[in-house]
Design a protein around this ligand. Structure first.
Ligand SMILES: Cc1cc2nc3c(=O)[nH]c(=O)nc-3n(C[C@H](O)[C@H](O)[C@H](O)COP(=O)(O)O)c2cc1C
Length: 318
């Protein structure tokens, strides 16, 4: 059991995934066994200026709890203000992004750039912790680059500043997503701090997640890319073996998107997700083309219904 402040969950956690881990996807992953789900990263400035699109990202429903909302930014006062806005919602945790390598984020000193600026990182964590009663967690990498693997000192600093847990993605900032995630750094951080540590990087099944816990001693495992188009990654049996099961899962995802997201964005969002469902199946390139060629939601629904029927075994003869 993973415990972060008052939050208790199984150890399998859906990672923050910009463009993907919105409310429908979080609900889907919770339904398939994720213990805790984390939102996409949310701009502290967008929240403080109460921009409509950013505020919409705060939408939550009780069924997805426990849920954590992730903030990014580089200004301690604004981060604290934004955290207070998140804390007005019925959420369980606030996570601070100190691992994102995307230039749009790092050139403003946020995300992984904070690993190269521990003093500012400390000021941000202290400011946020001082402002909200919710547990505040921090997501980090192994360091700014291969020569400066400072995750252990950084983790101790974060713990000292009041972080309630840490996630360690076993790659450095300079690596982006290249190479393999290093479990050694996760183990080293786990040894160095008393707060819970989540391991992250390259996990594609619960079997691998258990191996990561065994290898590193970490308290939970965060799964990102392997959940895209595959919310079943959080359950023991994994992804369905046949096209019908996968198409049915995609239909369920489409329904949740229709239920919770604004109509104007529906088609683009669902296409983004749907293409990933059919990865690795025979004919998946053709399927992807068919999905992208649809211009209305109704066409997409018809296509999915046809796929699940076509792939189903024939009804028993009388
Ligand atoms: C499309 C995409 C979006 C991501 N968005 C975020 C984000 O918003 N915040 C964050 O901390 N990490 C983000 N990440 C990083 C993941 O949370 C995770 O740390 C990384 O993908 C490694 O885990 P994995 O190998 O299980 O995918 C993103 C990764 C991807 C592929």
């Amino acid at each position: 059991m993973l415990q972060i402040g008052a939050l208790r969950s199984t150890p399998w956690v859906l990672a923050p995934l910009a463009g993907y881990s919105d409310l429908p996807f979080r609900l889907l992953c919770r339904g398939h066994g994720a213990g805790l789900v984390v939102s996409e990263m949310i701009s502290c400035h967008g929240l403080v200026y109460r921009q409509a699109a950013t505020m919409a990202m705060l939408r939550t429903v009780p069924a997805e709890r426990p849920v954590s909302f992730q903030l990014f930014g580089a200004d301690p006062a604004i981060m604290a203000e934004a955290a207070a806005i998140i804390a007005e919602q019925p959420v369980d945790c606030i996570d601070i992004n100190m691992g994102c390598p995307v230039k749009k984020v790092t050139r403003r000193g946020a995300g992984a750039a904070l690993m190269a600026n521990p003093d500012l990182a400390e000021a941000i964590i202290s400011a946020v912790v001082g402002r909200v009663r919710l547990p505040v967690t921090v997501k980090i990498r192994s360091g700014p680059n291969g020569q400066q693997l400072n995750a252990v000192e950084f983790a101790r600093m974060a713990e000292g500043a009041g972080a309630a847990a840490l996630t360690v993605h076993g790659r450095n900032w300079a690596q982006g997503f290249a190479g393999n995630a290093d479990r050694g750094v996760i183990a080293a951080v786990k040894k160095a701090v008393a707060i819970p540590v989540l391991g992250n990087g390259d996990i594609t099944s619960l079997t691998e997640a258990r191996e990561m816990i065994a290898d590193t001693g970490c308290d939970g495992v965060m799964i990102g890319r392997a959940a895209l188009g595959n919310p079943w990654v959080f359950q023991e049996t994994g992804r369905p073996q046949n096209l019908a099961g996968i198409a049915a899962g995609a239909q369920q995802h489409l329904q949740l998107i229709e239920q919770f997201l604004p109509a104007a964005r529906l088609l683009g969002l669902i296409k983004n997700h749907l293409c990933r469902y059919f990865r690795g199946l025979p004919g998946c390139a053709t399927l992807r083309q068919q999905i992208f060629a649809t211009t209305t939601l109704a066409d997409l629904q018809t296509l999915l219904a046809r796929l699940s029927r076509a792939a189903s075994p024939p009804p028993p003869s009388r």
